[in-house]
Every structure is written in structure tokens, then in C-alpha cells.
Write a protein that binds this ligand. Structure first.
Ligand code: NAP
Length: 306
């Protein structure tokens, strides 16, 4: 495995850099091609992003989605409700977007105001428009192997492993983090690929107990420098999902790159790893959702004529 990984990638001190950029470009291109086909059929895919925060890095991220959508020919509506939006207002906007036929994908962007219950709100996103897998119905469907949109970051990790031909079937994968948006759905996707998955969290105790035997380690904890070279075995592949903004404004992941480099066979870094793949997948999910919704509408129309 490591030989294959290394033959396709930049190598830093014997650890291959598993960049997300080429894969993100391929996915973005697929989204663009599919949106052109839909436009030819008279359907413009549209993504709605609901925002309720003053956090500038969130606004920067949402604008980056808007720009990427524009490049792929996908409409993007940003609905900025302000940092003091109430749960009632958010609920009403999500219900309206779910019922709006010209909107095909919906993202409820975090963070949300402290006063609102995100778990209640995500249930209002119509499952067919839930392109970031936030509705518990999507999670349930994933869990039992039914079609559903997975959270884009969880899918990005699996797509990245596929892209670099890193097998997981029959291998040990340690996932550090058990959130509903990354760790848990990722563990379901990996199980579906026949990996043996160990999910770690803040109460797991010494990390190396779980990460040392792993062939692949995915870290999604939001803790700078959490995974060190001493936590992994040589030849392991490490995927960093964490995004942490340092005091100087720079972005780093959860992996201590200096100590992991030279030990791991491959490392997907932050920045430059899963982040751009996640954004591209949000667009691909939007065109897939638009395609499915147009088929459902056509089917309903033909059934009503019978
Ligand atoms: P989260 O909801 O805060 O969950 C963090 C998880 O990490 C929790 O399960 C927590 O355990 C676990 N954890 C915390 N400290 C730990 C430790 N010392 N040892 C082991 N486990 C530990 O965060 P999230 O939403 O899953 O996001 C995780 C990271 O990924 C964040 O940095 C986030 O910014 C990043 N992220 C990146 C993308 C992207 O596209 N690149 C997308 C989403 C998220 P407990 O459950 O016990 O608290």
C-alpha cells in the first residue's frame, strides 16, 4: 500500500502527502458537468445555506462554498439570519426551504445561537434536500445501509482513501472523535467498506492503545497536536480532519505533523486535505439531490396522468 501511495504523491521525509486538491478538482468537475446536464433540461440546481452567527471564519467558509458553487454552475442562496436568530425563525426558514421546489440542497451552518436546539432544527430539513446528512433520518438510513446523503466530511475521508487506493476492507481503522457530523457517520461508512473500526473519544484513555494497532488513523477531535508520531505504527496512513485556528490566525489540524512525518506511510494534512474535498462533495450532493428530485417530480406527474 505504501508503495502505491508514494508513487502518486509528493513525499516529505518518506511520508506521502495525501493532498485533497486533485480529488476536489475532479469532484467539482463532476458536479459542474452534472449541473450543465440539468440546466440543459431546464433545471438549475440550487443550494441554500442558513447562517446565524457573527463568526467571521464561518462567513468566510460560507462565501467559499458560494464561490465554488458559482464555478460549478450551481445557484447558492445564503440566508443570513444574524447571531440572535430565534429557534422559531430558524425553524420557519428551514420548513419553507424544505417545501420550496426551486431549492434542492439545504445546509444549516454551525455554530448556531446558544439559545437554539440544533438537534430539533436539523430534523426539519427535508431528507431529500439534506445534502450534509444532518437530519437524524439520514443518519438512520446510513446506519441500515439505505440510500442517504452522508455528512460531506465523513464521505470526504472515504473518497480520499479511495482516491489514493488505500484499502480498508479487513483492516483496522481508528477514528478519533465520535461526533454526529464526523466520527459516528464516518465509522458507519467504514463499516460498510468492511473495515474493523475503533471509535475513540475524550474518555477513551491513552490514545495509542487504539491508534497503534491501526492501519489507518482518522483524527477529528478539534485538538491541536493531539496525534503524535509515537501514537501510530510505522506505515500507518493518517487522515487529519481537525481544523484549529491558532492565535496568529493560521489553520492547523489535530496531527502533530513534525512527529508523524517520517513515521506514517501517508498523511493527509490540514490545510490541503479533506477540507476542499468536503466543499466539492457538498456541490456534488446538491446536483445529485436536484437530479433525484426532478425524477420524483416526473414520476409523480406521470402517475397522476394514469
Ligand atoms: P466535536 O463535535 O467537538 O467532537 C470532537 C470529538 O473529539 C468528540 O467526540 C470528543 O470526545 C473527541 N475528543 C476531544 N478531545 C479528545 C481527546 N483528547 N482524545 C480523544 N478524543 C477527543 O467536533 P466535530 O464537529 O466532530 O469536528 C472535529 C474537528 O473536525 C474540528 O476541528 C472541526 O473543526 C473539524 N471539522 C472539519 C471539517 C472539514 O471539512 N475539514 C468538517 C467538520 C469538522 P467526546 O465525545 O468524549 O467529547
Amino acid at each position: 500500500m505504501s508503495t502505491e501511495v508514494r508513487s502518486n504523491t509528493e513525499v516529505r521525509s518518506d511520508t506521502a502527502v495525501l493532498s485533497g486538491k486533485p480529488l476536489a478538482a475532479l469532484i467539482q468537475q463532476r458536479a459542474q458537468e452534472e449541473s450543465t446536464l440539468l440546466e440543459d433540461e431546464g433545471l438549475r440546481p440550487v443550494l441554500a445555506v442558513v447562517v446565524a452567527t457573527d463568526d467571521q471564519s464561518t462567513h468566510w467558509y460560507v462565501r467559499s462554498i458560494e464561490r465554488a458553487a458559482g464555478r460549478a454552475g450551481i445557484g447558492c442562496r445564503i440566508i443570513d439570519l444574524g447571531h440572535d436568530a430565534t429557534e422559531q425563525v430558524l425553524a420557519s426558514v428551514l420548513a419553507d426551504l424544505s417545501a420550496e421546489p426551486t431549492v434542492h440542497g439545504i445546509i444549516l451552518q454551525t455554530p448556531l445561537p446558544a439559545t437554539v436546539r440544533a438537534d430539533r432544527l436539523v430534523g426539519l430539513i427535508a431528507p431529500e434536500k439534506d445534502i450534509d446528512g444532518a437530519n437524524p433520518l439520514s443518519f438512520g438510513r446510513l446506519a441500515v445501509g439505505q440510500p442517504a446523503f452522508a455528512p460531506a466530511t465523513a464521505r470526504a475521508v472515504v473518497e480520499l482513501l479511495d482516491h489514493f487506493q488505500i484499502p480498508v476492507a479487513g483492516r483496522n481503522v481508528a477514528v478519533v472523535g465520535r461526533s454526529a457530523v464526523v466520527g459516528k457517520p464516518l465509522s458507519l461508512l467504514l463499516l460498510a467498506r468492511d473495515a474493523t473500526v475503533t471509535v475513540c473519544h475524550s474518555k477513551s484513555g491513552p490514545l495509542e492503545r487504539y491508534t497503534q494497532p491501526a492501519d489507518v488513523v482518522v483524527v477529528a477531535a478539534g485538538r491541536t497536536g493531539l496525534l503524535k508520531g509515537s501514537h501510530i505504527s510505522p506505515e500507518a496512513v493518517v487522515i487529519d480532519v481537525g481544523t484549529n485556528v491558532l492565535a496568529d490566525g493560521s489553520l492547523v489540524g489535530d496531527v502533530d505533523e513534525a512527529s508523524v512525518t517520517g513515521v506514517a506511510a501517508g498523511l493527509s494534512p490540514v490545510p490541503g486535505g479533506v477540507g476542499s474535498v468536503t466543499t466539492a462533495l457538498l456541490l456534488l450532493h446538491t446536483v445529485e439531490a436536484a437530479r433525484q428530485q426532478s425524477r420524483t417530480t416526473l414520476l409523480a406527474a406521470s402517475t397522476s396522468r394514469i
